[in-house]
Design a protein around this ligand. Structure first.
Ligand SMILES: Cc1cc2nc3c(=O)[nH]c(=O)nc-3n(C[C@H](O)[C@H](O)[C@H](O)COP(=O)(O)OP(=O)(O)OC[C@H]3O[C@@H](n4cnc5c(N)ncnc54)[C@H](O)[C@@H]3O)c2cc1C
Length: 379
């Protein structure tokens, strides 16, 4: 077992870090404050290949393993969790799913431009009445000749309004519950695809989430992803991989909060000495670094199991459950280390604290991770 990065990983991570420091960090506070999606930075990320990291080169990607992908997402998240949210959805939920379940034709038509950065993708399961319980999905897809006609509403969809391709999950047979869900690859410029309200959020404010409405949206039958009724299985597989990305995002947020806290503890003087000389602050730093390292190890282990072709569902859930909790604890302590200055808008740790919360919610809440883990343990 080797705990250090390989030479290839080191060189990629140096490039990602340089990009994050030069291109993302300078705009991170502003996109958060104003709630702006950073089109230019996301385009550049696409051009340097980071939108298709785990996709084979012949399908437009970088051909990296999941361990390297997780390390790169951590690096991007240290600069901005808003940016990494966009990148993580495109990589793990959209590209990975097309790579795993798409036909060769679908890969050439949709995956190549998504992985090489020409397009951005989105992934739409959640609905007003179907959050954790996907079987309550109301969106329908009815076969009409060579097409399926979709009607319904999705909410909270990351990259909606920015994506050219969306993976949409809809009921083809309501009677069958989750076994009646089918997934479709949809061109978002099609007639009947309507983007609704853009959400105003607590954190990751530089990523974009919106409602989507389908109004008699006709999707060619050849754009069905996998087989009819396989949609739930496809969504769960995508989310397994996605949870590694979100764990890495949580680790990146925690690491950024830790880095700022260490710096501040050395610079901030009270009672004639740096606050880092007080044991209360030293213990916080010790706990923050220990938790962050443990979360990183769990994340990389889940990624490593996936790369070995082993079942990694429980590992991805444990990593997400733990890393998201660590991100919350570490960012809360980071605000505490910064005192009143950490509570003010414009301080990095205030942003990290708000950004951390989403990692406990999307791609399965922490409660759902406990259900997944306990189900695996007790089966
Ligand atoms: C910023 C953001 C981005 C998102 N991006 C996307 C996206 O790109 N695509 C997409 O499809 N969705 C997306 N989502 C939706 C997200 O995945 C859901 O919000 C999440 O799965 C929870 O669903 P819900 O919000 O409806 O909560 P609910 O399911 O209503 O849950 C409410 C509470 O009840 C708990 N709960 C529910 N069921 C159980 C149970 N059986 N046992 C114990 N506790 C339970 C939950 O853990 C939670 O605490 C996004 C959400 C946000 C906020």
């Amino acid at each position: 077992m080797n705990f250090g990065p390989t030479e290839d990983q080191k060189s990629l991570l140096e490039r990602v870090k340089r990009f994050a420091v030069q291109e993302i960090e300078p705009i991170a506070a502003e996109i958060d404050l104003k709630g702006i999606f950073p089109d230019d930075v996301i385009s550049k990320i696409g051009r340097i290949g980071l939108n298709g990291m785990i996709i084979p080169k012949e399908h437009g990607g970088m051909g990296l393993d999941t361990v390297t992908y997780a390390m790169a997402i951590e690096e991007l998240s240290r600069a901005s969790a808003s940016v990494s949210a966009t990148v993580s959805v495109n990589n793990s939920l959209v590209c990975y799913t097309l790579d795993k379940f798409g036909s060769e034709n679908q890969k050439m038509k949709f995956l190549v431009p998504l992985a090489n950065g020409t397009y951005i993708g989105s992934f739409a399961v959640t609905e007003p009445a179907a959050g954790t319980d996907a079987s309550s999905m109301q969106t329908t897809a009815k076969r009409e000749g060579d097409s399926f006609v979709l009607n319904g509403t999705k909410i909270f969809i990351t990259n909606a309004g920015k994506s050219k391709i969306a993976l949409i999950f809809a009921m083809t047979d309501k009677e069958k519950g989750v076994k009646g869900i089918t997934s479709f690859i949809v061109d978002t410029s099609s007639k009947g695809f309507v983007v609704g309200k853009i959400e105003d959020k607590m954190g990751i404010r530089g990523s974009q989430q919106a409602q989507i409405f389908f109004e008699n949206l006709a999707v060619p039958a050849e754009n069905m992803l996998g087989k009819e009724g396989e949609g739930f299985k496809i969504a769960m597989s995508a989310i397994d991989c996605g949870r590694i990305g979100i764990s890495a995002q949580a680790v990146g947020i925690a690491q950024a909060a830790l880095d700022d806290s260490v710096k501040y503890a050395k610079e901030r003087f009270q009672f004639g000495k740096p606050i880092g000389d007080f044991q209360a602050i030293q213990w916080k730093i010790a706990e923050m670094v220990t938790l962050t390292n443990a979360a990183r190890l769990m994340t990389l282990r889940a990624a490593w199991k996936k790369d070995k072709g082993e079942r990694f569902t429980m590992d991805a859930s444990m990593a997400k459950l733990f890393a998201s909790d660590v991100a919350m604890r570490v960012t809360r302590e980071a605000v505490q280390v910064h005192g009143g200055h950490g509570y003010m808008k414009g301080s990095n740790v205030e942003r990290f604290f708000r950004d951390a919360k989403i990692t406990e919610i999307y791609e399965g809440t922490s409660e759902v991770q406990k259900i997944v883990i306990s189900r695996e343990m007790l089966k």
